[in-house]
Write a protein that binds this ligand. Structure first.
Ligand SMILES: [Zn+2]
Length: 469
């Protein structure tokens, strides 16, 4: 995620004292006694996000959306494997009205508990069993308030909608295990009135029209965290190409100039991805792209998988902004392919994406990464931790800029050769998975042959300026 410049001058207050954690990661909390899946996956920051008791393999989403009425009709099939016996389990779903739920084809009892859809299958699900849940639902989708980021979820725009947001947004338009720890594949079919585009993640699988409606099909076959799903509906200039054998899909809102700064920035997507590939290892997904929206309520850019969404504020000065593209594309490796297991490790996403901006700037003849480091070091508030910043400060300067300082400090300490080997090994070994700060420390120590915990402790959580390496 990238915020518009200046937005975080608003001071967010950490309300809880946070004990500085060890750098080792945590695992999802054990499911409660009995055969009921937990209502949260066990994230200390957001106890109700995600659910316990099962792992989702894939989502099949069929939605119809009419911008004239703001009504969405959906059928979602969730294919999952139980991690325990289940007499009951939850999915996350905000608003909307559920009309029917089946589990393996048999009608199931369901009820709502705030943002939870509680499903009681007709028959107990045995541990380790694959099962399919089909949920039929409809209504006017809404938004959620995301800490530090403002509104996320399903935004009704003048010509359609934008479904977007971190750390949560997916549950506003489909039932989901809404936490990055449970990644899954996605098949998405979106039906909208003829003439409107409906763009989502992954590979375009064609479109068909009938009776005044057009169905757009998308497939993301590489596991994706739910907050990286997006759906953008409206009047867009959609362009499709091919790069390195993979489809490239860009969509620019018709309200933005065809050859304006947003369009010209998105046009550099594959060039920037190719550069990042030389640093981070092979591009991790089957498709490329980007979506530039015109609605000013989208005040940020988000690295939605294979197809980041960019708010209009990044191009407001009339100039192309390849830096924000570099940031969101760096997330395809750091955050999307290798995802956080817990939100308290968000710097693993943002520190590296910010560092990628520094590298891109140097690559294109601007400040060197060392110069960016020195400038940032001089203005850093060391009282704000990078690791475990608190849920209200997920998107704070400490996570982004101090995170990037930490990455550069690691590089200076272990040397370029070991540093880039660490990055490429990280993206290879952790590909399509989840990881923690502790995992990164262990890898960096293994590949550099040095003890790095004191260094990373000082840069990530120490409350005084560490010595420059
Ligand atoms: Zn970011």
């Amino acid at each position: 995620m990238t915020d518009r410049p200046g937005r975080f001058r608003l001071v967010a207050v950490v309300l809880a004292l946070v004990v500085v954690p060890a750098l080792t990661g945590c695992t999802p909390k054990a499911d409660p006694a009995g055969d009921e899946g937990a209502a949260g996956i066990g994230d200390r920051y957001f106890p109700r996000y995600g659910n316990g008791g099962y792992d989702v393999a894939g989502y099949d989403l069929r939605v119809r959306y009419d911008p004239a009425t703001d009504r969405l009709d959906g059928t979602t099939t969730v294919t999952a494997t139980s991690r325990q016996a289940l007499t009951r389990f939850n999915l996350d779903l905000v608003g909307l009205t559920v009309s029917a739920v089946t589990v393996d084809g048999r009608p199931s009892t369901h009820r709502r508990d705030d943002a939870e859809l509680v499903v009681t299958p007709a028959e107990r699900i045995a541990p380790g069993r694959r099962f399919a849940v089909v949920v039929e639902y409809a209504g006017v989708p809404g938004t959620v308030t995301n800490s530090g980021l403002g509104q996320g979820g399903f935004l009704h725009t003048s010509d359609g909608a934008v479904a977007l947001g971190q750390p949560e947004s997916a549950s506003t338009w489909f039932p989901v295990n809404d936490h990055p720890f449970d990644k899954a594949t996605y098949d998405v079919e979106v039906t909208v009135p003829d003439g409107l585009a409906a763009v989502s993640n992954g590979v375009p699988e064609g479109r068909t029209s009938a009776g005044g409606w057009t169905t757009w099909k998308w497939a993301e076959r590489t596991p994706m965290a739910s907050y990286l799903s997006t759906l953008v509906i409206g009047d867009y200039r959609v362009r499709t190409g091919v790069h390195k054998g993979r489809p490239v899909v860009t969509a620019v809102a018709a309200g933005l100039p065809a050859d304006g700064p947003a369009a010209r920035s998105l046009d550099r997507t594959t060039e920037i991805a190719d550069y990042l590939e030389t640093l981070f290892g092979p591009y991790p997904f089957e498709s490329y792209g980007g979506i530039a929206v015109a609605d000013p309520r989208v005040g940020y850019a988000l690295e939605t998988q294979s197809r980041p969404v960019y708010g209009p504020g990044f191009f407001a000065d009339g100039q192309p902004n390849p830096n924000v593209v570099a940031h969101e594309l760096a997330h395809q490796w750091f955050g999307n392919s290798v995802s956080v297991a817990r939100w308290s490790d968000i710097w693993l996403n943002e520190g590296f994406a910010t560092y990628a901006e520094w590298l891109w700037t140097e690559h294109t003849g601007g400040r060197t990464a060392q110069q960016s480091f020195e400038r940032q070091y001089a203005v850093t508030d060391w009282s704000m931790p990078t690791l475990d910043p608190g849920p209200a400060r997920l998107f704070s300067t400490a996570v982004y800029q101090r995170g990037a300082l930490t990455v550069h400090a690691l590089r200076r300490t272990v040397g370029d050769d070991a540093f880039f080997r660490i990055l490429r090994t990280w993206t290879l070994e952790r590909r399509n998975g989840n990881a923690t700060t502790g995992d990164l420390v262990l890898l960096a120590e293994r590949l550099s042959g040095r003890s790095l915990r004191p260094l990373l402790d000082a840069w990530l959580v120490g409350d005084t300026a560490p010595a420059m390496p």
